[in-house]
Ligand binder design. Structure first.
Ligand code: GLN
Length: 575
């Protein structure tokens, strides 16, 4: 894939680097990540060079060992670091590629400080939580800003103010601010509930959050007032009075139809000008035309394409959580919008398809996707779904585990390899068609689980005359990975003889990167060992997703022709 265009901005000379900290007030889950991304987008659209950092206050060294139901998707960077899904938001909004420096957790910060102490890096001093931990945080932020040559660095602090694990980060903000108050500002993303029985939007939780921030030695320079409805003048004034802030610095942020509207909405409240003024940056014209056009297109598309995502990380208690697959969902959307279609995504739990009677429910979808995953739960259900998609010629896209299972299904039902399986499920299966990579075996034996998969960007070579090659329009690609297992080289010839095409491999030909069926046999039956979803951007949709969604649209169009035809009493079969 040709690298998406990355806007290169000439950094300002002599002006000190500026920092915007985005902190949460009241509750989490009200879109702090998208708010931080939107703020960064606004500054970028004014012609400044921008980067974004995420701080997660948990003790895990990275997000890699966590179940996605805990904290959402694990987003993998080019350099292989396993991070929080917000890094995905930043990359997508800003169309930039971020390094691991732009992510930190409490675990990582402490680990660095302890390592330095062990190496006598503190020259015999007593190393203390304060100031050494916040100082390490400050130095990491500065370092990332310098590496990106950023005029402005947006730093999102995970969690909400007042949480115990947040305190050291707020202390870091205070320290950085005391060095140069004009170069640091704090944005608090708050929430204003409207209790149904009361029927009035309440500002009190925001007032409390603002006080908590004060007790950390900081004031909110801007308050983003998240709420169901736009905030009215009266409440803006109330917040202004009780939180020591001018009313125009209280920015209304009602629930939006699409995330792309958020930077546009913020600009309606003049947020760009306010921030530039506070940071003593020169005023520059705004250039958000492409983004605006995109945000408006998203609202205009009306022809639906129905995609079923079959996975397992959907439920948490009684609630459905699609955050675990956020990049996949965004990638489907990017591709659909590029084709001027309306993406309708359904989340289906794989386990229900262990009973093959339920498979016919899939017929009404225009396409099926099985995303990445780990372990045994729901596997036989996924395999049944893949077999059904192959037989019924429903476009199918398998990502990582979804590709390994495509190969397993094909081995069982088309290559005559009865009982074929992946070693992840059954290492004693009669045909282990997906096996653990040699170097990975050793790591697992030694209990080395954290950050030890095959991670990050690796090149692959595409084979001529394939769907993949046609999609990418290129011979060589670079894609991000996160796996321990691979297609077993001993079975490649057998699978190929049975008609499976390996259309991309690692440059040395050892690792199978894409498996597909030829277009004449199936409209789109393809799986990638890598995760294309990590590189799709709104204005640069990923070529494989576009190709998949094209096939889905063709099926959708076929279905609607069929419907009209049968209405007219002329039954017609779909092409
Ligand atoms: N569990 C599989 C592996 O480790 C697939 C991983 C994934 O889907 N990210 O290889």
């Amino acid at each position: 894939m040709s690298r998406p265009h990355t806007p290169k901005k000439k950094a300002l000379k002599k002006t000190p680097r500026k920092y915007i900290f985005v902190v949460g007030g009241v509750i989490s889950g009200v879109g702090k990540g998208v708010t931080a991304s939107s703020i960064a987008k606004i500054i970028q659209s004014r012609g400044f060079s921008v980067t974004a950092i995420k701080i997660d206050p948990y003790v895990n060294v990275d997000a890699g060992t966590m179940n996605p139901t805990e904290h959402g998707e694990v987003f993998v960077l080019n350099d292989g670091y396993e991070t929080d899904q917000d890094l995905g938001n930043y990359e997508r909004f800003l169309n930039i590629t971020l390094p691991s420096k732009n992510y930190m957790t409490t675990g990582r910060v402490y680990q660095a400080v302890i390592d330095r102490e062990r190496n006598l890096g503190y020259k015999g001093k007593c190393v203390q939580v304060v100031p050494h931990i916040p100082l390490e945080v400050v130095s990491r932020i500065k370092n990332a800003a310098k590496d990106a040559n950023a005029d402005v660095t947006v730093v999102e602090v995970g969690g909400t103010v007042g949480e115990y694990e947040n305190i050291l980060y707020l202390e870091a903000v205070r320290m950085l601010k005391s060095e140069d108050p004009k170069s640091v500002m704090t944005v608090m993303v708050s929430y204003l509930p409207t209790p149904p029985k009361v029927g009035e939007m309440k500002t009190k939780p925001t007032q409390h959050a603002s006080r908590l921030l004060n007790s950390a030695g900081l004031t909110a320079d801007i308050i983003i007032a998240r709420s169901e409805m736009p905030i009215d003048k009266k409440r803006k004034e109330k917040i202004a009075t009780f939180c020591n802030i001018a009313p125009e610095r209280v920015i209304s942020a009602p629930d939006a139809d699409s995330i792309y509207d958020i930077p546009v909405n913020f600009e309606k409240d003049n947020l760009g000008d306010i921030m530039l003024e506070m940071l003593a940056l020169p005023k520059r014209e705004r250039d958000m035309a492409h983004w605006r056009a995109y945000a408006s297109l998203v609202k205009r598309v009306s022809e639906p394409v129905h995609v079923a995502v079959v996975g397992k990380y959907f439920s948490t208690g009684d609630f459905v959580l699609s955050d675990a697959y956020i990049s996949v969902i965004e990638s489907i959307k990017h591709a659909a919008y590029a084709l001027k279609k309306k993406p309708e995504i359904s989340w289906l739990s794989a386990e229900q398809f262990e009973d093959t009677k339920n498979l016919k429910e899939l017929k009404r979808y225009d396409a099926i996707l099985v995303p990445g995953g780990f372990g045994e739960r729901g596997i036989e259900g996924k395999l049944n779904v893949i077999a059904y998609a192959r037989e019924q010629k429903i476009p199918y896209f398998g990502l990582c585990y979804g590709m390994q299972l495509l190969v397993t299904e094909f081995a069982r039902h088309k290559a005559g390899l009865k009982g074929a399986n992946t070693a992840e499920i059954d290492e004693d299966a009669p045909h282990v068609v997906v096996d653990i990579m040699d170097d990975q075996k050793k790591k697992l034996e030694e209990g080395d689980y954290g950050g030890s998969m095959r991670l990050g960007a690796y090149p692959a070579i595409l084979r001529k005359g394939t769907i993949a090659r046609k999609a990418y329009k290129s011979n060589e690609i670079s894609e991000r990975h996160r796996h321990r297992y691979e297609v077993n080289p001993e079975y490649i010839a057998k699978l190929e003889d049975a008609g499976l095409v390996f259309s991309a491999t690692s440059p040395d030909g050892r690792l199978m990167e894409i498996a597909e069926l030829p277009e004449r046999e199936h409209p789109f039956f393809l799986g990638s060992q890598f995760h294309p979803e990590f590189q799709s951007r709104p204005l640069h949709p990923h070529p494989l997703f576009v190709s998949f969604m094209k096939a889905a649209s063709t099926r959708a169009e076929g279905k609607s022709t069929k419907k009209t035809a049968s209405k007219k009493g002329r039954p017609k079969s779909r092409k």
